[in-house]
Design a protein around this ligand. Structure first.
Ligand SMILES: [Zn+2]
Length: 325
């Protein structure tokens, strides 16, 4: 009995401290900020969404995440008047041939309504919760970057509520070969419903991602897999799936405050969001450590540090530039 137990413990990789530190308190603090009344629901064509975008960029930067776009840019503008941008960060991997793992969450929500005592759609679960998870996953992975062969792309999407505007634009503009993407993990509403349950859609076409997730599920969340195929076209994973990129959506079922002015920060289950974020961070670490794409030769032991860094600096950036006309 004792021996079996010990063996099981040894076989499971330790959860790194930085991932353990994705706490309910941190999740809650981010949600409290993004869902505050002063941001008026973060409607994508408002200055409040712009303000939210700048705040997300600041969190990325303070965490040690690098800009994810060409010319060290954080903001990807959309060709729509007054539109707030996608915010894109990156943790460059050590092996440029190892591909890219993307994590996404939309940060926009809805404009205030005209009538009623409470006019503001705070969008705490939808989707301050996913955005908060995205930020904390990035923060947790930065101290582990020497272990990441693949690059990790962190995307806070705008305009999801207006019809996946940000994610469509991102996929349209990127000149990266879709084959270089190991996959996308999209977080959209991860903090309501039952405290142990998260729904995951897209598994059928992402066996590698779902296998990594199962290994990464250290807090025994109930994973409800592929039960709502209709959700696949309803959030930002859709444009990626259309390009043939494996993508998973993490979400809870619609609840009484879904798209209501009552989607308030004090109603979220921060522990659920933190457990989902920990699981995704572990899965991304697992996938990024493996040589999952191509047949890149083992890195030379004598390779100079600067040489490696140069090569690894920003694979997506290089590719974006490579294919520029
Ligand atoms: Zn949403």
């Amino acid at each position: 009995m004792m021996q079996t137990l010990l063996l099981a413990v040894v076989l499971q990789e330790v959860v790194p401290p930085s991932i353990q530190q994705i706490s309910p308190a941190r999740i809650q603090a981010n949600v409290d900020h993004l869902a505050q009344d002063e941001l008026y629901g973060r409607y994508w064509l408002s200055p409040f969404a712009q303000e939210a975008a700048e705040w997300i960029q600041l969190q990325f930067e303070e965490a040690g995440i690098k800009p994810g776009l060409p010319d060290d840019a954080w903001f990807q503008k959309l060709p729509v008047e007054n539109a707030s941008p996608n915010v894109v960060g990156m943790i460059p991997g050590t092996d440029p041939k190892a591909g890219i793992i993307a994590i996404g969450a939309h940060y926009d929500h809805l404009p205030p309504r005209r009538r009623g005592e409470d006019k503001i759609y705070n969008g705490a679960d939808d989707n301050a919760s996913g955005t908060s998870g995205l930020i904390e996953i990035g923060r947790a992975l930065v101290p582990l970057k020497s272990r990441l062969k693949a690059s990790v792309l962190l995307i806070a999407f705008t305009g999801e509520e207006a019809g996946l505007m940000g994610s469509r634009h991102f996929v349209q503009e990127m000149n990266v070969d879709p084959k270089r993407f190991i996959g996308l993990f999209n977080l959209d509403m991860i903090s309501r419903g039952e405290e142990d349950v998260i729904f995951i859609e897209g598994a059928a076409k992402a066996p590698q991602l779902i296998a990594a997730l199962r290994r990464a599920n250290r807090t025994n969340l109930q994973l409800k897999i592929d039960q709502h195929p209709d959700w696949l076209s309803r959030s930002d994973q859709w444009p990626f799936l259309e390009k043939g990129i494996p993508a998973l959506l993490f979400s809870v079922e619609d609840h009484e405050d879904y798209h209501q002015v009552t989607d308030h920060a004090d109603k979220i289950i921060a522990s659920l969001a933190s457990r989902v974020a920990q699981m995704v961070a572990m899965a991304v670490l697992d996938l990024a450590e493996e040589k999952t794409l191509g047949s890149s030769p083992p890195s030379e032991p004598g390779a100079s540090e600067s040489g490696v860094t140069d090569e690894a600096k920003s694979p997506s950036e290089r590719d974006l530039k490579e294919t520029d006309p």
